[in-house]
Design a protein around this ligand. Structure first.
Ligand code: DGY
Length: 323
């Protein structure tokens, strides 16, 4: 590691042990610009900053102009949609992220949404909590089987593949996916079919999106796409909210085309107070918890911290974003 202390701006809180790793080698300012009382400190630290580490805040080209010494941004996320990737490349600023360590946890979250929407878990828990369980429930509150259904996965990166394993091997589902390229998964032994988007939508009982946000995926699920889905199907989103046109999703729910939706991600986060997705009776909304377990968030912080320290030492970080 380099002996020269550099300036690091931590723009989202890190666990103490990871902050200590950085502070042992570099000068650190912790300032989360999403907190109104820390925004000024964030802006004041940008001109000196050689390394940035954090997540959930859009780093714009204007912010980069204010940070002329910047060498590396280490995001504590696998997704990089908060960063101007081409602009960073043009300026020679390294972008690192946290692939791999959150795959299984995020796939668990996608699968819990599949289960929750199908078996009406939140609605039925509220039925009990609100004192309405005064006799055996009737058909009006019955759920829908998950086993034996066809699961269509949009996006077949690490997380989509981990969702496929859960569906095919754990729940006896037929699994199909849409992805630019077919993926050979020996552990599924031919049990995941690669399909064009329209065919996948028309033949899946449950569609689970695990898409990153790119120019190609922004607004991908619109009125035409929801209109292609099987009547009574379920839609789940564990990728990025802006891949879905939310008014089209709401229209598909209200028209009865879709049975239910479970969403961990939204076009705007946190979900605005007036969003109908907050209270829609057939939507299970979650506050972007895909990777939010103690173990996984710590693993992400460790990987992001390692990436930052390696970059500042002039070494090749473990996880540089190369997409
Ligand atoms: C990610 O890592 O991109 C997850 O969405 C958590 O933010």
């Amino acid at each position: 590691m380099s002996a020269t202390r550099k300036s690091v701006l931590v723009f989202r809180e890190l666990p103490d042990d990871q902050l200590a790793r950085i502070a042992a080698l570099h000068d650190v300012v912790v300032a989360n610009p999403r907190k109104p009382d820390r925004k000024a400190a964030f802006e004041a630290a940008l001109p000196q900053a050689q390394g940035l580490i954090g997540s959930s805040y859009a780093i714009t080209p204007a912010l980069l102009d204010a940070a002329p010494r910047l060498e590396v941004i280490s995001t504590i996320s696998v997704g990089v949609d908060n960063y101007p990737v081409a602009e960073l490349r043009r300026r020679g600023i390294l972008l690192c992220h946290t692939p791999g360590v959150l795959t299984e946890t995020t796939a668990d979250t996608v699968f819990l949404m599949v289960m929750a929407a199908s078996r009406r878990v939140v609605e039925l828990a509220n039925h009990v909590r609100e004192g309405r369980w005064d006799r055996n429930i009737g058909e009006d509150l019955f759920g829908w089987d998950v086993h034996g259904k066809t699961l269509g996965i949009l996006g077949f990166g690490r997380i989509g593949q981990a969702v496929a394993r859960r569906g095919a091997l754990g729940f006896g589902m037929r699994v199909q996916y849409h992805n630019p390229q077919p993926v050979d998964l020996p552990e599924l032994a031919g049990r995941a079919r690669h399909l064009p988007l329209d065919e996948l939508l028309a033949t899946s009982d449950i569609v689970a999106a695990t898409l990153p946000l790119t120019d190609a995926t922004r607004g991908l699920m619109g009125p035409r796409e929801f209109g292609l889905m099987k009547p009574g199907a379920i839609f789940v989103n564990g990728g990025r909210g802006a891949t879905v046109q939310e008014p089209a999703l709401l229209a598909a729910l209200d028209s009865g085309r879709l049975r239910a939706a479970a969403l961990d991600v939204f076009a705007t986060e946190p979900l605005p107070p007036d969003s109908p997705l907050r209270t829609h009776p057939r939507v299970t909304p979650l506050p972007h918890i895909g990777s939010a377990t103690h173990e996984t968030r710590h693993a992400m912080a460790r990987l992001a911290t390692g990436n930052l320290l390696q970059a500042l030492a002039g070494e090749r970080p473990q996880a540089v974003y190369t997409g």
